[in-house]
Unconditional design. Structure first.
Length: 151
């Protein structure tokens, strides 16, 4: 294969989400609502990656994600790379990081927590990013981010 050939077609404007752990690719696409989009979305899985073994890649034409969408993405697949494309060129590249606070993104797994019994948004403080531990603002219950349920 010619080195200039791409495995997935280039996009003119939009976002490329790269280095997604392969098994999380469809979860990322679902979380971001990509299956309902009207613009072209390309999803590829099991590409070789030195960073994550097998990776997924998602190219979304004419879509630039909000900070809220990126925060949601960080819960499912932290450390993925977002490439912002304009006129077929990467104009910005950023690694998705888990924010210090997660608002209205994950459910508390404590059944007696006020957030599970009243109509209110959850708030979690990320207390250990390396281990993926977050703590509910209301009941102080700690949860592993990799096992949380999204709101």
């Amino acid at each position: 294969m010619n080195k200039k050939e791409r495995l997935v077609a280039a996009i003119e404007n939009g976002t490329v989400i790269d280095h997604i752990p392969a098994e999380k690719t469809y979860q990322v696409a679902s979380l971001l609502g990509l299956f309902g989009m009207k613009t072209p979305v390309t999803i590829g899985i099991n590409y070789p990656s030195q960073k994550v073994g097998n990776k997924g890649i998602i190219k979304v034409s004419d879509k630039f994600f909000t900070d809220d969408e990126i925060s949601r993405l960080s819960v499912v697949a932290p450390k993925v790379i977002l490439n912002i494309i304009r006129d077929y060129e990467v104009v910005e590249k950023k690694t998705v990081e888990t924010p210090d606070e997660l608002r209205g993104i994950v459910r508390c797994n404590n059944p007696v927590c006020v957030t599970n019994n009243e109509p209110m948004a959850t708030v979690f403080h990320v207390v250990d990013k390396a281990k993926g531990i977050c703590k509910c603002h209301y009941c102080d219950k700690e949860q592993d981010i990799s096992h949380v349920e999204l709101c």
